[in-house]
Design a protein around this ligand. Structure first.
Ligand code: PGA
Length: 260
């Protein structure tokens, strides 16, 4: 069973995850961080700025993004490339040449997946992978039906995901239909997965991912196959779980030195 940590607010949760990342980069300056986009990881990135302000140094660290829309220009503010630059690379002081985002240029798609996998391999894999979860149960843009062995490749977004993400665009028909995303197999190779979810809209997807059967119908349930997973929730995202008493007891007994 994955470890589940429940915090009162996304702010508390974000600070805990940020503390862990700051400790990790302090111990290993060349940390390879897997970064998610969307709203969920923003409290983590916000709290990491406080660590940077007191001297935690990310200049030797690398970052790999989970996914990118197909067909947005790289400097489009709605692209993953722009979001990672804005939320991670600049405020945390990473070297831009060590920050990698799948290439969503329609001209390059045939080789984009392989090229991205080769970059992860050259960096000796991802140490800590941050993950959000979609209403469909997706992680990265692995929609229901994604193979657990899949690697970075082009996928079609579901209508639900396009609707969910329309808030980042002026209109629904501006949301791309395709993306390039790390596969579930890619994600499962990272050494530590931290799946975060906040708010009531995520409660059912979290329940299915953490306590439901392992099934490609709920891509996030793939985390149950990984040896080191931490699920970090606020009260609302945890509200549909069956075993919250057990998770809370384990959380209260967790030794401080253990980190995440
Ligand atoms: P969100 O998206 O963090 O913006 O809620 C998560 C996801 O779709 O994976």
């Amino acid at each position: 069973m994955a470890e589940v940590l429940i915090y009162e607010t996304p702010g508390h949760a974000g600070r805990t995850v940020a503390d862990h990342i700051a400790h990790s980069v302090d111990a290993k300056p060349q940390l390879v961080l897997g970064v998610a986009t969307g709203s969920t990881p923003l409290p983590v990135y916000g709290a990491l700025r406080d660590h940077v302000a007191v001297g935690i140094d990310f200049s030797q660290a690398s970052a790999f993004a989970l996914d990118e829309y197909v067909g947005l220009s790289p400097d489009d503010p709605r692209s993953s490339r722009a979001a990672v630059h804005r939320e991670v690379t600049v405020p945390l002081g990473l070297s831009p040449e060590r920050v990698h985002v799948p290439d969503g240029d329609p001209q390059h798609l045939e080789t984009a997946g392989q090229r991205f996998e080769a970059l992860i391999e050259a960096a000796h894999g991802v140490d800590i992978q941050l993950l959000g979860i979609g209403g469909t149960g997706h992680i990265a843009f692995n929609e229901p039906g994604s193979s657990f062995g899949s690697l970075t490749r082009v996928k079609t977004l579901t209508d639900r995901t396009r609707h969910d993400n329309a808030r980042f665009f002026d209109a629904l028909d501006e949301v791309p239909h395709q993306c390039i995303t790390q596969g579930l197999g890619t994600i499962l190779r990272a050494r530590h997965l931290i799946l975060m979810a906040f708010g009531p809209a995520k409660a059912q997807a979290v329940k299915a991912a953490v306590e439901g059967p392992v099934t490609s119908s709920v891509p996030a349930s793939a985390i149950q196959l990984h040896p080191h997973v931490t699920v970090v929730l606020d009260e609302q995202a945890a509200s549909a779980l069956a075993y919250t008493d057990y998770y809370r007891e384990a959380q209260s007994l967790k030794p401080v030195w253990q980190g995440l």
